[in-house]
Write a protein that binds this ligand. Structure first.
Ligand SMILES: Cc1cc2nc3c(=O)[nH]c(=O)nc-3n(C[C@H](O)[C@H](O)[C@H](O)COP(=O)(O)O)c2cc1C
Length: 415
């Protein structure tokens, strides 16, 4: 098979990629349990970038601490100033090793999340549980977090998201997209496939709401639509935004190809620069794909995921799990006693947010935090390049014009 264009450049919206090989977002467990990028994670992405791919997408990252409460292990976060340094180092490492740096951002996991760490029931569009136990992922994470829960728990019935919570996500998600740009990422991909929260809104199987966010396809699309419009507005037209979608959910009463094509078209009309096409959901992985595989490859015995014997084998066969088990238990205890936001904090957060100008946070508004971080980056790069603005701009991967614009914005022109 010939791939004559594989090593030719390609444009994704405003962004030119040197070839057509890309690293798909794959959650590695490379953040610690509180969502901070570990050094190990940084080196692993840098090594992938050195392999010559045109772009590398870092794993599913939470937009807010509130959304991160539905994780069952440490997905990374880009939810506030404390996370920007690590994220900026990661973007820089990927870019320095040759690839464009992409990041996938999620508002939450919805009914495919877990309340195990936060102790809270994950919120979803409707109170319809996934037929797939949410804690399945805990068994496959290489760092061993939560491997103690290899025995599958019962599927939790999610609680219904309030309109205030939906609006909160619509307001904070674009903040995270803006933060990713400032941290140096070349593109942001919306985490909307595989039966996770955005996909749950799109699908009538998981979305039975009677308000503006449920019913017709237009209504089910409203959440993704609002996230896309507000994010585009926040980052401007010269930044690459992509959407990852499952082409078909493959389950009864779910969202299928025809409607997904319409959604992809709407995303394009609203300014998405690319669609990253995937397929299915966790339910489909347990049912549809298992049946397909049994039919296609009858010589291989297929047992649907969820079988506890397989679960135990996967956990204990993974190198490092036994060593890390004690560590994982200790970390989980830390989080249980730790500093997560509680539901009681949410109304204040919601009330404190100013639409269109960033949401409020404990130590200053989002814009203040991000602004301080951005000014710090500019000052550091100027210092590192001994005052040469051209060099500093290129070190940050910015055009000279944009660099000058940012210097003026932060009143740094005289330095
Ligand atoms: C351990 C693991 C973690 C993954 N994490 C994500 C993720 O965070 N976001 C996402 O959209 N897809 C995720 N995926 C799906 C991958 O991006 C990819 O689509 C899938 O592995 C199929 O590609 P492959 O055949 O090259 O493995 C994950 C897959 C695996 C195996």
């Amino acid at each position: 098979m010939d791939f004559p264009n594989l090593f030719n450049p390609i444009k994704l919206g405003p962004l030119t990629i040197k070839n057509r090989i890309g690293g798909s977002c794959t959650t590695t467990g490379g953040a610690d349990i509180n969502g901070y990028i570990t050094e190990e994670c940084l080196y692993s992405y840098a090594a992938r970038s050195e392999g010559g791919a045109g772009f590398i997408t870092i794993e599913c990252t939470f937009a807010t601490d509130w959304g991160a409460k539905s994780t069952s292990f440490g997905n990374p976060r880009i939810s506030g100033r404390a996370y920007y340094e690590g994220m900026s180092n990661l973007a820089e490492a990927i870019k320095q090793c040759g690839a464009r740096a992409f990041i996938q951002i999620s508002p939450g996991f919805g009914r495919q999340g877990s309340g195990r760490l936060s102790g809270e029931t994950p919120p979803a569009p409707s109170a319809i549980p996934s037929k797939r136990p949410q804690d399945y992922e805990q068994r496959i994470m290489p760092r061993g977090y939560e491997t103690k829960s290899a025995t599958l728990g019962a599927t939790t019935v999610p609680r219904v998201l309030t309109i205030e919570e939906i609006n909160y996500m619509e307001r904070t998600f674009p903040d995270a997209v803006a933060a990713a740009r400032i941290c140096g990422f070349d593109a942001v991909e919306f985490h909307s496939p595989h039966g996770y929260l955005i996909h749950q809104f799109l699908s009538p199987r998981s979305n039975q709401r009677n308000d503006l966010y449920g019913g017709s396809l237009e209504n089910r699309f409203r959440f993704l639509r609002n996230l896309l419009i507000a994010s585009r507005k926040r980052v401007g037209s010269d930044f690459c935004l992509g959407i990852r979608l499952s082409g078909d959910e493959h389950m009864p009463g779910a969202i299928h190809e025809e409607e997904m094509i319409q959604i992809a078209k709407w995303c394009e009309e609203l300014g998405a620069d690319y669609i990253h096409l995937s397929d299915g959901s966790y339910e489909a992985r347990a049912e549809f794909f298992a049946q397909e595989m049994a039919r296609e490859v009858p010589s291989i015995p297929v047992r649907p995921f969820g079988d506890q014997t397989m679960a135990a084998m996967e956990v204990y066969a993974w190198p490092g799990n036994v060593r890390e088990l004690k560590f994982a238990v200790e970390r989980s205890l830390c989080v249980a006693q730790g500093n997560e936001i509680t539901p009681a904090d949410l109304p204040a957060e919601v009330a404190g947010g100013v639409a269109g100008s960033g949401s409020s946070m404990a130590d200053g508004t989002f814009d203040e935090q991000l602004g301080a971080f951005e000014a710090g980056l500019l000052q550091r790069s100027l210092r590192d390049s001994a005052g040469s603005q051209k060099e500093a701009a290129s070190e940050l991967g910015l055009t000279y014009d944009r660099f000058r614009h940012l210097l003026r914005k932060h009143d740094l022109t005289g330095r």
